[in-house]
Ligand binder design. Sequence first.
Ligand SMILES: [Zn+2]
Length: 479
Amino acid sequence: MAYDSRRAVLVLIDGARHDVLREMLDRGELPNLARWVIEPGGVTTGTTVFPSTTGVAYIPFLFGRYPGSVGIPGIRWLDRRGAAGNWREQWRAARSYCGVQGGWLNRDIAPGPSLFDLVPESIAICTPLTRGLRPGANRLSFRRAALGAAAHYAGTYPALDRAVAQAWLDTAGESWRFLFVVFPGVDGISHLQDPFSSAVLESYRLVDRALGAFVRRARKNGDLPAFFVVADHGMTAMHEHCDPAVLLEGDGVPTLRHPLHVWRRKARVATMVSGNASVQLYFDPRSGREHPLTESEVPASIVERMLALHAVRLVACRSDAGGVVVRTQDGRALLTESAGLIQYQPEQGDPLGLGGYVELDDRDLLSRTRHTDMPDAPRQLLQLLQNPRAGDLVLAAAPGADFRGPWEIPEHRAGHGSLIAEHMEVPIAASVPLPEAPIRTVDLMPTMLERLDVTVPPGVVLDGVPFSKIAAVTEPVVR
Ligand SMILES: [Zn+2]
């Protein structure tokens, strides 16, 4: 079967775990993925971005950038200047792409071309990121909003996924060069139940059947496009809901937070949750101060309070001298980047578990951290905290814990958002050859552009590297 190099399809199974996908492949339960994608290409486990959450973690695929590179530090964040304004500005400043502000995600992303801009003959199905799509190319956006809202509460994700499958099939006879297809069901049902429940597994099978139906119809019209099947983040069951906002309020610290307390009077802290297993704290949210705080300006008592929580895997903030300070209850290290090298300097303990001082370039450090409990943590903390919109203090949750209280309706039994491996690791299947070395989701867009023979315009910087340019890395040097 010939594959048409001028066309590509990116299928995003939101929240798909790499191990679940592989086990189902091994059992022969995803025959179309095996035959039409993995057989001519391959499958691997890559890593996503921090915070590892829907929407934010779509940015690498469609912009080739880290969220911190384009000013989207989370699914919720605080616009420091706006938060000092009148009541209307305060509401706007407490950004949450989970509700009515959802569409603002597109305009909040810093200027720069999307994949849709670079490949104007694009069609997208059920995506919250739509920037650059031509009129008529944004399919199921209304259904996503309507069914998505209903699905969040009523668990009607299979209906939404079936609508996606049908819209996908309908494109088989159309002319396009890039197709972006999002299946929200695995993520949605996992949140309500568990990442391994039978209804979740059925959602993987639904995607596979949709792929089979699309291939059958597409083959009648000619060659098959290149296929890329990916996820934006992993997922774990949650056993502990630890809400820092509730704790801080209990300590007498008024805390601005979603959904009901964005106008919290005399707020001293704002907590912005993503995923729900990560949260960013902004201090003195009504000060109107635009620049983020560095370590010595962050209230030490609150840092200690957060570090003492079982739910916290690590805390990070900007160092006074540049770079990022990483802390755990008994560890502290400094991350810096200069002359193309990233330095990890443990000052106490070894908070990222790298075994001591490390100085490596970006790809070697990815390899070096790949099998730790927080893959790619140095790059991910640096990319996030480089952005002034990111909070003064960033928390990543430990396995099994998240940062929203049990008050959330419906209760999230599973989640994501943290830097831990089970949230960062994602399946990446492609009908094109995959490199031996570790890859990130941010490498997909350059790979697809190369495949489509579209050159990145001069002056446009991408954070990823095409698969063809990722060499297998030899044993990284540890000093
Ligand atoms: Zn989710």
